[in-house]
Design a protein around this ligand. Sequence first.
Ligand SMILES: Nc1ncnc2c1ncn2[C@@H]1O[C@H](COP(=O)(O)OP(=O)(O)OP(=O)(O)O)[C@@H](O)[C@H]1O
Length: 315
Amino acid sequence: MAETVVKIGNLVKRYKELIALDHFDLEIKKGEVFGLLGPNGSGKTTTINCLLSLLAYDKGDIEIFGEKMSPVNYGVKKRIGVIMQNVAVFDELTVYENIDYFCGLYITDKATRKKYVDDAIAFVGLEDFVKFHPKKLSGGLLRRLNIACGIAHKPELIILDEPTVAVDPQSRNKILEGILQLNREGATIIYTSHYMEEVEQICTRIAIMDKGSKIAEGTTEELKRMIKNTETITAEILQLPENVREQIEALEHVYNVSYADNKLVARCTGGRHNLIEILKILQENQVGFGSVYSEQPTLNDVFLEITGKALRDKE
Ligand SMILES: Nc1ncnc2c1ncn2[C@@H]1O[C@H](COP(=O)(O)OP(=O)(O)OP(=O)(O)O)[C@@H](O)[C@H]1O
């Protein structure tokens, strides 16, 4: 059984009247890429800030590497790397000097530090920018610098709070690949995001949060098995007669049908021939259609079925 790296028990955090974390529990094992997924305001950042002892909480217990976490537990703190949503670097320092500064908070031996800083620069691909000041970097490169500052001291636990918000696709892919590489090299990862595709792509286990509570937890496959949706079929149809819609609704495995903006959406459970059955009905009734496609459930479907609302991406 892998060692427990993070254990959060019964955590309650209030901001005046608002309950930001409502008896929240979490256990993360060594070697996991753990995803904390939830819509804006669900409590992800509050969880991370409590975990790091940056924020006082009302109730609960937090242990990291088997030790009680506290603002002065520097032994634990130096084993953690943090990459927050807002880039936190010094404008007066160059790329190299920034990484060297953050690494120097934990690594005092000069030769080791130089190697670690060079490793971090190579890792995020900033070799051509070492003498640049942050203001001269694009948004994506700035994010990469932020990551290099957080991981240069080779931490065992790396926490990334929405590191890809407003990042171009190239930097986004580089960041995601980098996270997996850090994990392969032995780091345990906590990754918060409201981008379900990213969480699905890189996380070995996921907790879905809503309104300060954990509403589901498991691997992607386990989460998808928790819901009744097994397939969603979408067809572009200019006009859908009511009696045709009723025939589709009456199909054995179809449990929900909607028709809006010239799109028929049929949600299905069980059975594998829903698409053929629906096409048959459309053809028999001579209803013309454009593209038709079938999709497997996503984490959004999991969220939708549990909470009744969609897990939307922030613009
Ligand atoms: N300093 C604060 N004072 C008052 N309320 C706060 C504060 N920080 C967060 N909140 C509230 O607590 C709740 C949880 O916020 P939190 O930032 O943890 O969510 P989140 O899931 O990280 O969202 P996002 O994806 O937008 O970062 C929200 O309702 C938010 O408005």
